[in-house]
Write a protein that binds this ligand. Sequence first.
Ligand SMILES: Nc1nc2c(ncn2[C@@H]2O[C@H](COP(=O)(O)OP(=O)(O)OP(=O)(O)O)[C@@H](O)[C@H]2O)c(=O)[nH]1
Length: 308
Amino acid sequence: MSERGKVSMTIKDLLLRSTSHMELMMEDTSDLEPVEQGEAAYPDSAYGSSPVDTDTEDGITLSSSTLILTYNEELMHKTILVGDSGVGKTSLLVQFDQGKFIPGSFSATVGIGFTVMLLGDSAVGKTCILVRFKDGAFLGGNFIATVGIDFRNKVVTVDNMKVKLQMWDTAGQERFRSVTHAYYRDAQALLLLYDITRKSSFDNIRAWLTEIYEYAQKDVVIMLLGNKSDMAAERVITHEEGEKLAKEYGVPFMETSAKTGVNVELAFHAIARELKHRNIQQPHEPKFKIHDYIESEKQKSNCCGGIM
Ligand SMILES: Nc1nc2c(ncn2[C@@H]2O[C@H](COP(=O)(O)OP(=O)(O)OP(=O)(O)O)[C@@H](O)[C@H]2O)c(=O)[nH]1
């Protein structure tokens, strides 16, 4: 076994020993990825570019930064890496998740970060929206339902400030509902999705909103997304119906397509802006209005090919 392999085993053993029969979630407490590496600082890192699960020799399933052992919704363990800047939190996480070391110069992470959670019925396209935003790709082919919860990070720039979005991809299936409830209160924003080709997923939005009001923070930012807008021939929910429902609850709305990318960037950028403005309001700066921002960006993209 190589030296690197040995290191990987040691770290994995250490973590597994304290978390048998649990879902293990690892989170680096660094606030932002290195600025000079661009928006997605670790495109193939522990923050996960691939949603494909890999089986280890232990019969364990590794999914991005989430390690699923025997599923038991009563036992969920979140491990947070803390320590001084530069001690190697990110490197340890990547070593554990991918069995490799990220060489290169160290860049301290700075800035602000927020948690965005994706909710909605199973198969509405939550994972695909996330992958489209994070990696600019579409996950076609066989549908693999999310188990429990998974997370990915992406850094976006808002008014010259780096804002890290930690995005939680939740399982839409009913049996995972109690797992996801535990995470609602940590989210500053929620993207609630339905599938424009499946009426039941639209009808269930009211139930999702009831859950949100029960479990989420009172001032959480909510956005309603009608996904799969590319499937015009199979559409059963009109744009107007989506808009009407959103208006009733006073939340912003747009239709998206993880397949073509339409409005995906816009949805996340609008959320990032809203959260940044809520947290850092410059004196004399006009109040940010998310509805107006979305409308003006939509118009820009209609006429000049702006944000996809
Ligand atoms: N045509 C089209 N298909 C999509 C789109 N988004 C997702 N899909 C497909 O819909 C299926 C479900 O997508 P997922 O992203 O896995 O759904 P999910 O909401 O994460 O499902 P759970 O993990 O069970 O909660 C997959 O087969 C995707 O390829 C889209 O915008 N357009």
